[in-house]
Design a binder for this molecule. Sequence first.
Ligand SMILES: [Mg+2]
Length: 182
Amino acid sequence: MSRENIKMRLLRRFCPSRYSATVFDIDYTELRDQGRTNLLFDLDNTLVARDSNQVSSELKELFERLLDEGFKIVIVSNNWGERVSNFGKEAGVPVLGRAVKPLKRAFRLAMDLIGSNKDNSVAIGDQLFTDIYGANQFGLMTILVSPVSSIDLLHTKMLRHVERGILDRLTKLGFLQNWQGG
Ligand SMILES: [Mg+2]
């Protein structure tokens, strides 16, 4: 295999199936039509800013609507502690904390919590190296969202530059549509 092919294969591992600006812009009807009614949401900077523990009324409404429509929801976070578990309680959905994404185990345990499998689930998150890469390795459909806020841990901040480079490349290659730059 040529070097170029190896590079492409590596890049594809980081390619989300879709990009949406926020969790409110995701086409949930399309997901339901595809039978993907189990949603694995990342927490920090996907559902809420890293420094916040507020479940917004907008998010509560979204979750209520989705649960009413028959979706199942689980929050999968590498973070842990009371803030994480309280967020789940307040949002009315189960939480897997200390998930250790990108390990496959994180996604498997989360799917076990809502009784789903990789063919009827979708992983949604803001980070290529944990949320998207991990779920792709597992064979899950993936949706990348833009981070809710620019507040990140230092190592995440550094990775953001690398992520942007990968996303630019994936967009140029035509693998990723409608990414607007992060
Ligand atoms: Mg995140």
